[in-house]
Design a protein around this ligand. Structure first.
Ligand code: GUN
Ligand code: ZN
Length: 649
């Protein structure tokens, strides 16, 4: 079964999963269909709720003679009257609830195959959170054993191999690694229902992270039994692609309405505040008076509308690169989710998350509260500032936070400072930490919105960071012109060309690394500027167009001549994506690089980074824009890895 990434944000992906019954956009929610009692027909789910794929239970179908007969004779699609993709579960959950099941692991695989499901599931061993480590390990080993046997007989059916290991991250990771080598089609994270029921989201996050860290990045991941939309944004941000929901029915049976941030009992609702087709056509008091069966039918519909709406909100957040904001906002509505976010603050988890974080985003980075400063992208910026950015001077003038872009709002001050001494480094003491004036238009410095009154935790974090940055430097805090008296006057004069040069060197160091300025801009430079804004547009080195500076995010687009300079002056595999010889003719025609052709590359490259593309012998082929990180390029078998910008022919 093919799976590819179409868009991304955080470690979340907007993907396409291709099944024999059509493609499915992920993240997606598979409503659980009880074949014995269909409350909302899958057909209606498709036409009215935009459901693309459903999940039903092969164990239940097999257990009931009548259902079994129809499924075996006419197929599962006929049985539940749905011509879209169908996944089935295997009986594991029933085994967890009732203690055992009357089916063998391979029998249920054969049965799923025989009824024609698109994605079947192994009979994994449900690992509960209260197990000892020994018990969890045994269950995990048995699960792997069953997966290995099941994969051999799956034939053309898609197979979901569930990751178990209870609450032990090392067992989860090991299980994920072993199952990854089987090349299954879908990887559910199992055994998490009890954690979800008890809102133990911090442990849930640890399990998701450990599982994802053991898995191949190129496979879709399912969070088994996570039906409440509250958890969807965080789970997607960590790389979960598929959810299933029986919650829409289960909650309806108890007169409970699902909302994006919580669940409410109908008796506590005076007015229906929701605008779904159900709530738009009935009042709360009418709903309360409706007979039991109809009321359940209506509430289940409301619950499914809300759940599907959340999925769409998340997909849009991925498209707009605002997923972290959604996660943080959601967490602010639930204390256990705040605890879950804290798990992401450890160095190890941040380092893992950072690898997936795009280099720039479509929308500004918006502060939502104390967690914002911990976003992986801001950590990256900090590290690059420390390790890649080269201050132009050991004397620093610090200007307080102001309107953006800073070089415009501080134009008079900057002019005075530069007339006095053009060589001092001007830094803004911003809400994000130190911002060198030449980086003031670069993402995320210019494209971020923080309030004037920032929470204490964020303040103390940025304070510490600022202090580290200025350590060992001569620092002058700007007050007024008198501040200049503290700096030695220079006879040197500044000019626009010099300032432009400093700006492009500063941006290149943050975008490409310490030495990038030297590599790209060592020759005779000339600039093309916007007539309207006087901003740098194109940079020429010895009359060759090496880079363009994008107005939207203040970052460079690499041109062919720039790529050639990098190729010549950097050592293999820096900046490179290395492709198989088979891909070379396509690249020479200007086609994108597909993941299946990528054999390796510079591990530092991140999604949306500019890169150079070379063959196995390090022959330069062109410049492009990464859509994935290098591990993803190697793991994915389908879809684009690098969009070529320019190529040699
Ligand atoms: N449904 C909910 N949790 C699980 C699980 O761990 N495994 C399977 N197969 N189904 C589930
Ligand atoms: Zn509603």
């Amino acid at each position: 079964m093919k799976f590819e990434i179409k868009d991304r944000d955080a470690a979340g992906r907007l993907g396409k999963l291709y099944t024999d019954h059509g493609p499915v956009t992920t993240p997606t929610l598979l409503p659980v269909i009880n074949p014995n009692k269909i409350l909302i027909s899958p057909k209606e789910m498709k036409s009215c709720f935009d459901v693309e794929m459903v999940i039903t239970n092969s164990y239940i179908i097999r257990k009931h003679k009548k259902l079994q007969k129809i499924a075996l004779e006419e197929g599962v699609h006929h049985l539940i009257d749905f011509n879209g993709p169908i996944m089935t579960d295997s009986g594991t959950f029933q085994s967890y609830i009732y203690g055992s099941v009357s089916v063998e692991p391979l029998e249920i695989i054969e049965f799923q195959k025989n009824i024609g499901v698109d994605v079947g599931t192994i009979l994994d061993v449900f690992g509960t959170p209260n197990q000892t480590r020994k018990e969890a390990k045994e269950g995990m080993k048995e699960t792997i054993k069953r997966a290995k046997k099941s994969i051999l007989i799956k034939e053309k059916m898609g197979l979901a191999c569930t990751i178990q290991g209870s609450i032990f991250p090392d067992l989860r990771k090991k299980c994920a690694q072993e199952l990854s080598s089987l090349d299954a089609d879908l990887y559910p994270i199992g055994g998490v229902v009890p954690l979800m029921e008890q809102q133990r989201y911090a442990e849930l996050v640890q399990i998701i992270l450990a599982s994802k860290q053991g898995l191949s990045a190129g496979k879709p991941v399912h969070l088994f039994g996570a039906g409440h939309p509250l958890i969807f944004p965080l789970a997607v941000a960590l790389g979960c692609d598929v959810f299933d929901s029986s919650a829409y029915v289960k909650y309806a049976m108890q007169d409970r309405l699902i909302f994006s941030n919580a669940t409410m009992h109908l008796k506590d609702i005076e007015e229906l505040s929701c605008c779904c087709p159900v709530c738009s056509n009935i009042t709360a008091s009418e709903l309360k008076k409706t007979d039991d069966k109809e009321r359940m039918r209506l509430i289940a519909r409301h619950n499914l509308y809300i759940s599907m709406k959340e999925i769409k909100i998340i997909r849009n957040a991925i498209r707009n690169n605002t997923l972290w904001e959604l996660v943080e906002r959601k967490a602010s509505e639930n204390p256990w989710l705040i605890d879950a976010l804290h798990v992401l603050k450890t160095k190890k988890e941040k380092q893992w998350l950072e690898k997936f974080e795009p280099i720039h985003k479509k929308k500004a980075l918006i502060y939502t509260g104390p967690h914002t400063i911990h976003r992986p992208l801001l950590d990256r910026t900090k590290i690059r500032m420390k390790e890649w950015y080269q201050p132009f001077s050991d004397t620093i003038i610090v200007l307080p936070e102001s309107e953006k872009p800073y070089h415009i709002s501080y134009e008079p001050e900057i002019k005075k400072i530069q007339e006095h001494n053009p060589n001092v480094e001007i830094i803004i003491d911003s809400a994000l930490g130190p911002v060198p004036i030449f980086l003031d238009e670069m993402y995320p410095f210019s494209q971020s919105v923080f309030p004037k009154n920032i929470d204490k935790q964020t303040k103390s974090i940025t304070r510490k960071y600022f202090k580290e940055f200025i350590k060992g430097k001569e620092v002058i805090y700007w007050d007024n012109e008198k501040s200049l008296q503290k700096i030695k006057k220079s006879s040197e004069k500044t000019n626009e060309q010099n300032e432009d040069r400093k700006r492009i060197i500063a941006v290149a160091s943050m975008q490409f690394g310490k030495d990038a300025g030297d590599i790209l801009f060592s020759g005779a430079l000339s600039f093309v500027k916007s007539k309207k804004t006087n901003k740098i547009r194109n940079v020429y080195n010895s009359n060759e167009h090496v880079v363009s500076l994008r107005a939207s995010d203040g970052l460079f687009t690499l041109k062919l001549a720039g790529g050639q300079l990098i190729h010549k002056h950097s050592s293999f595999p820096r900046y490179r994506i290395i492709v198989d010889d088979d891909a070379v003719p396509f690249i020479k025609e200007g086609k994108s690089v597909f993941s299946k052709f990528v054999v390796g590359g510079d591990q530092i490259l991140r999604p949306f980074d500019e890169c150079i593309v070379v063959d196995n012998n390090d022959t330069f082929l062109g410049v492009g824009r990464c859509l994935l990180n290098v591990d993803e390029m190697k793991d994915f078998s389908f879809g684009q890895a690098v969009k070529m910008r320019e190529n040699i022919s």
